[in-house]
Design a protein around this ligand. Structure first.
Ligand code: DX5
Ligand code: ZN
Length: 215
């Protein structure tokens, strides 16, 4: 069980402080948005490089950008732990995953709520992680979509069939009342933005989420 707070809900004027506050987490989830793939804009490689320089924990980069074939390798080259791109944003997801792995990062593919999982099941050995979005990507603080749980079950069964150690990540609306639902459906890697940074005690929120995922 891995907890990865999303700095989308951090204070952008105090990013170093807010990354240091989550040192007990397993990774920091970094949302890159381009105002085209999603209707919101965050930051690009310069900011990711800066966060990477000060972060006590590995960077899990979530690219919500068009033309991932062109841009994703540059993020892998920064030395981040993992690079996630959206299925629709690549013309050749397998080739892009191979490129990301070759550059030393874990390769991860994201599925929006409307994106079916079936076309990717035979390709799973090409990936280290699948991100199942449990909100429409773009903004923090939205409600968890429990109707995505069948996707997680399908992915967990397919990974077992392939005999691979595929991480199943969920992102969107993960909080104390939803994390157990996702864990039960097969998720093992949990992104939480508002549930962590919205808490008075950030470290306690991480510990509580961890306990709720394991329960
Ligand atoms: C949304 C982002 C998420 C966001 C989650 O598109 O991908 O990572 O930060 O925020 P919460 O946990 O508040 O739903
Ligand atoms: Zn995200």
């Amino acid at each position: 069980m891995r907890i990865q707070p999303s700095i989308l809900s951090a204070d952008f004027a105090n990013m170093q402080r807010d990354v240091e506050r989550i040192a007990s987490a397993d990774g920091v989830h970094v949302d890159v948005m381009d105002n085209h793939f999603v209707p919101n804009l965050t930051f690009g490689p310069q900011m990711v490089e800066a966060v990477q320089r000060v972060s006590p924990i590995p960077l899990d980069v979530h690219l919500m950008i068009e033309d991932a074939d062109r841009w994703a390798p540059g993020y892998a080259e920064l030395g981040v732990f993992s690079v996630t791109f959206h299925a629709e944003a690549s013309t050749d997801p397998v080739a892009l995953a191979r490129r990301i792995r070759h550059l030393g990062a874990r390769a991860s593919i994201a599925l929006k709520p409307g994106t079916p999982v079936e076309p990717y099941l035979e390709l799973l050995p090409e990936f280290d992680q699948v991100l199942v979005m449990t909100v429409e990507p773009g903004f923090g603080g939205q409600s968890f979509m429990a109707d995505m749980m069948p996707k997680l079950r399908t992915l967990r069964a397919a990974a077992e069939r392939h005999g691979i150690d595929l991480w199943l990540q969920v992102d969107g609306g993960i909080a104390l009342d939803t994390i157990g639902i996702a864990a039960e459906a097969g998720a093992d890697t949990f992104v939480a933005g508002s549930a962590v940074y919205g808490a008075a005690d950030v470290e306690a929120a991480i510990a509580e989420l961890r306990a709720a995922a394991a329960a």
